[in-house]
Write a protein that binds this ligand. Structure first.
Ligand SMILES: Nc1nc2c(c(=O)[nH]1)N[C@H]1C(S)=C(S)[C@@H](COP(=O)(O)OP(=O)(O)OC[C@H]3O[C@@H](n4cnc5c(=O)[nH]c(N)nc54)[C@H](O)[C@@H]3O)O[C@H]1N2
Ligand SMILES: Nc1nc2c(c(=O)[nH]1)N[C@H]1C(S)=C(S)[C@@H](COP(=O)(O)OP(=O)(O)OC[C@H]3O[C@@H](n4cnc5c(=O)[nH]c(N)nc54)[C@H](O)[C@@H]3O)O[C@H]1N2
Ligand code: SF4
Ligand SMILES: [Mo]
Length: 754
């Protein structure tokens, strides 16, 4: 063997598994990963890593991870070649696409925002499918925040993030970053950044029905009755208004709708929401005053501030508090990232010249069966099963899933599980045959994360620092890239057939990105010839070439030679530990896209939701039953990484946590089995009695339930657990956002006598 063949190599790459974007140092030899650790020179993560980052080796090597397409005939699976698999997709899918009218549905799961193919190639595929039956994990997650920000700032993509590294006061609701490493707030080493707030004399407050690891590290923990954060936050806002603590700061001249607030907020005075939330009025008042008095403060909602009743109003309330305390768009408050690949926004010398945009609308179309409004081009995934089951025009007869496991991740999972079995045809782009993809007729597996280049398109837009980091593929794959798989599916959907050349789609996207840049009359690029620019684009894959265009035309870009020091793919390649572009900067008002160009606090849809909230508050006051919530563990990643031994070893984690008082009431002790029942389902699960959860609340993690027949995840099956979404209710949807209500689900408990 030649010496070079056995030399160990080190490559640096960004971990694609969660939103934290940690830098990894990957040691490998002869195509085998020998070691993974945190990259201490990564400009953003500085060596931080969680147990999942190191598990990329197990993921890469997992024998259950699919390396070839699989075709199902009845209940029999067989391996197939790629041409065979695409031909089968054409045979099964093309005639159903041709029917039109939404006969093909699409479900996009979470990993789509963790790879460039999902960011760039899903759009042409959707266009080719011409369907309005689009569903995604967003409506079991953060859609309420898109809606709140959409109404406030004019675009669902304009989401400010807490300026973690400079804030002096952080109020966190429904988030547990010590386990999750954060969401809608990209911050590697979130735990370290929280500790630093306290170290510099700031304060961290955690609102959570459970005393989580995050709560234990905070200055103060406020247990709250699930689903009532909206009332708590509105009460804080009411105090700010009532006690004249509102300070708008630099934004005062572009905030509309303030005059309606005193009336809107009056019903939510602390004394009126104390019983409902479980937080007494004096404590609420004190927190409002502390928020107002802090040198800088950020109110930050995690996924449980959104996946609840009135999730959109809850998200809106958090941003309202940031606005009313003058903390929006200022250092230490909440700020907007400026991603290196985003379209530049031009600063005006006179802010009054700023004109806004088209604004945010929902309901441009509606779901067929229950008439739910479209939001951001999507329908609520809680309606997917009924759209498959209910006959009539527009019924979904074929489904394409890309990187999703809705049987385990969406409400009333058992109903969806049954509905999927009824489809005429299903295709899944997915590396595993799991609870969802076992229903597919064809599974098309993408290469492993180590076999593709990476740049966090989605997360640099919600990052606590402006950073750009690109990682080349470490290993080559003989299989088509995920981009190629999606491009081929697009061509099939378009009627061009399984053998059509996927580079057609690549060129369309690269050309489109160039066109969009030169169409902007305010950039020097507008005078350039697109063909000349195309010739300058570099990159080994279509994703890389699109990225190169975006970076070069972006706010820090080299402008295709105009600013030689600027960013390009090449520049990122020369900086394997990333490029730090500095702390977040104020960006208002130019980025606002509301029709007025102002922040619109109280547009009609928000006012209408307040009417529903008032009615619901009265009804809620009489309710006292047990409520189910979720939880995450640092060694999990939604539903799909339980097949990796290092992440599932140790004590079983899929347990029902409950308070000693609730346990005593039904005679349960740790280790016993409880039967848990909701409106839609029932399951049996071992219990874990703990003082760390408030009375009246039980918690079950999601993403488990790996005992379904026909899957190929052997390790996961040995640690099956139960599917929490057997209990969550597909009829429980937040009206404004279409989001499912996954936290605060009414349940009943009984002891299983064994
Ligand atoms: N280890 C790990 N990390 C992950 C994931 C994972 O599955 N595992 N998933 C990733 C994804 S997709 C996301 S979206 C993020 C989510 O990350 P986070 O937003 O941090 O969400 P969770 O970790 O679920 O924490 C939510 C917390 O809210 C609490 N809670 C439940 N109901 C309520 C309520 O009504 N009010 C309040 N105030 N609190 C409530 C729960 O007890 C829990 O501690 O995590 C990401 N990171
Ligand atoms: N009860 C309850 N339910 C929840 C939550 C909760 O807290 N409680 N959390 C919700 C949240 S925040 C989210 S984001 C959703 C997640 O919902 P989903 O996105 O539906 O579920 P995941 O478990 O993330 O499934 C990811 C799928 O993508 C596949 N995959 C992994 N990597 C890749 C890749 O590179 N390419 C492709 N094509 N596929 C890949 C995996 O094999 C798996 O099938 O779950 C939601 N469901
Ligand atoms: S925190 Fe997230 S990004 Fe960092 S190593 Fe863990 S899974 Fe990867
Ligand atoms: Mo999520």
């Amino acid at each position: 063997m030649s010496p070079s063949a056995t030399d160990s190599k080190i490559d640096y790459r960004t971990c694609p598994l969660c939103e934290a974007t940690c830098g990894l140092e990957i040691h490998h030899r002869d195509g085998v990963v020998t070691r993974i650790r945190g990259d201490r020179e990564d400009v953003f993560s500085r060596g931080y890593v969680c147990p999942k980052g190191a598990s990329l080796k197990s993921l890469h090597e997992d024998p259950d991870r699919l390396r070839t397409p699989w075709i199902r005939e009845g209940s029999k699976w067989r391996e197939a070649t790629w041409p065979e698999a695409f031909a089968e997709v054409e045979r099964g899918l093309a005639p159903i696409v041709a029917r039109g009218g939404g006969a093909v549905g699409v479900y996009l799961g979470n990993p789509n925002v963790h790879n460039m193919a999902g960011s760039f190639f899903v759009r042409p595929l959707l266009k080719a499918l011409r369907t309005r039956n689009l569903f995604s994990a967003s409506t079991v997650d953060q859609m309420p925040r898109h809606v709140a920000c959409g109404f406030l700032f004019g675009s669902g993509g304009l989401m400010p993030v807490p300026d973690l590294d400079r804030t002096q006061h952080l109020l966190m609701l429904g988030a547990n970053p010590l386990e999750s490493n954060g969401t809608l707030c990209t911050a590697p080493d979130f735990p370290g950044r929280l500790a630093a707030i306290r170290k510099r004399g700031g304060k961290v407050v955690v609102v959570d029905p459970r005393r989580t690891r995050t709560a234990k590290k905070a200055d103060e923990h406020l247990p709250i009755r699930p689903g009532t954060d909206v009332y708590f936050q509105l009460a804080l806002a009411q105090v700010l208004v009532d006690e004249k603590l509102v300070t708008l700061g630099a934004n005062a001249e572009w905030i509309d709708g303030l005059e309606r607030l005193p009336d809107l907020l009056l019903p939510y005075a602390p004394e009126r929401v104390a019983a409902l939330t479980g937080i007494d009025a004096d404590t609420i008042r004190r927190h409002a005053r502390e928020l107002a008095a802090a040198d800088s403060a950020a109110v930050y909602g995690g996924m449980a501030n959104h996946t609840v009743e009135f999730g959109a109003l809850s998200a809106w309330s958090a941003d309202l508090l940031n606005i009313l305390t003058g903390n929006l768009d200022r250092a230490g408050g909440v700020m907007f990232a400026n991603a290196a690949h985003s379209r530049p926004v031009h600063k005006r010398s006179d802010p009054q010249e700023h004109r806004g945009g088209k604004g945010f609308v929902t309901g441009r179309w509606r779901s067929r069966v229950r008439n739910w409004a479209e939001v951001q081009g999507e329908l609520p995934v809680a309606t997917l099963a009924e759209e498959i089951e209910t006959p009539g025009e527009g019924q979904i007869r074929a489904l394409l899933t890309v990187g999703g496991n809705p049987v385990l991740s969406t409400p009333n999972g058992a109903r969806l599980d049954a509905a999927l079995a009824d489809l005429e045809f299903m295709v899944s782009v997915d590396p595993y045959r799991n609870e969802t993809t076992r229903h597919a007729h064809v599974i098309l597996p993408p290469p492993s994360p180590l076999e593709r280049s990476h740049y966090d398109v989605a997360f640099y837009g919600i990052s606590v620092r402006n950073v750009a980091n690109y990682s080349p593929a470490i290993f080559e794959s003989e299989n088509p890239s995920e981009a190629e798989i999606l491009a081929r599916l697009a061509l099939i959907a378009q009627g061009q057939g399984a053998a059509a050349d996927p580079s057609l789609v690549d060129e369309l996207l690269i050309g489109g990105a160039i066109q969009a840049a030169v169409a902007d009359e305010e950039t020097p690029l507008s005078t350039r010839d697109p063909a000349e620019l195309r010739a300058m684009v570099r990159g080994d894959s279509a994703n890389d070439r699109i990225l190169d265009v975006l970076l070069r035309c972006g706010p820090y870009g080299d402008g295709f030679g105009a600013r030689p020091d600027g960013l390009s793919l090449e520049k990122l390649e020369q900086n394997p530990h990333g490029i730090d572009l500095g702390p977040l900067q104020p960006r208002l008002p130019e980025i606002l896209r509301t029709p007025s160009g102002h922040i619109e606090l109280t547009p009609p849809p928000i006012i209408e939701d307040f009417e529903r909230l008032a009615a619901r508050m009265e009804a809620r006051a009489g309710e006292s039953g047990l409520l189910l919530i979720g939880r995450r563990h640092v060694r999990s990643n939604n539903s799909w990484m339980h097949n990796l031994e290092p992440l599932v070893s140790g004590r079983p984690r899929c347990t029902l946590q409950l308070h000693p008082d609730d346990a005593a009431a039904v005679g349960l002790s740790t280790g016993d089995t409880a039967r848990v029942r909701s409106r839609v389902g029932v399951l049996e699960v071992p219990v874990e009695v703990t003082e760390d959860i408030m009375a009246g609340v039980v918690s079950l993690p999601h993403g488990w339930g790996h005992d379904r027949p026909g899957t190929q995840m052997r390790i996961a099956r040995q640690h099956a657990g139960v599917n929490a979404n057997i209990l969550t209710d597909d009829l429980a949807i937040d009206v404004l956002s279409g989001n499912a209500i996954l936290n605060g689900v009414p349940v009943q408990l009984e002891r299983v006598v064994q």
